[in-house]
Design a protein. Sequence first.
Length: 223
Amino acid sequence: MSVQFARVASHPLGAARPHRQHDEGASVTFDSPALEVMTDLRRVQVVTVEPEERADAALHQMAHAGVRLLLVTSPNDEVVGVLSARDVLGERPVQVASRERIHREEVTVQQIMTPQEQIDALNLSDVKRAQVGDIVETLRAAGRQHALVMDQTSTGEVVCGIFSVTHIGRRLGVDISAAGPVQSFAELALSDRRPLSTTTRSASGSGAPRIEALESFVSRTLI
């Protein structure tokens, strides 16, 4: 081998704990670095779904992958929207089924996802300088449940992270709603936590038990 390499300094392993990127027990406050509550897609495998996929199948995919949010991608791998567990378990599928006169289980991801034009994007460079409270304020002011974090690479702009109101609230131990007027952080700290809504119903009267059976699992997952 013609190339010369240098040895990297080493030392005997002492007492150490494994680094856990998403340790739910780690202490997080509004003053903590924003990166501590960002789902880092550079370290966690991104989970995507096609717009034509059935919404119920997407929920099963979330449960299998242990996530609450899927990036919806086009055939050329561009992000065209996001789909959350709340989108599937909430009223959107019922409303679409009623409007389109189809069975609830026929509702597709594209029909209930949050489209690209309604998604806020943050620059990674700004996120690195931000605190958790800054992200909460940003999401609440925009009335958003999620925000994507973008980074510029040699191949163009990529989605490298995700912020979720639900995940941030879980880490802080408070209930943070993206709807309604922006509250002070003191009010947020005093608010009670509420479980994920259980409003899922099938327009045809079938399929609901199967979907609701996934809820307790999905409600404990990461995003």
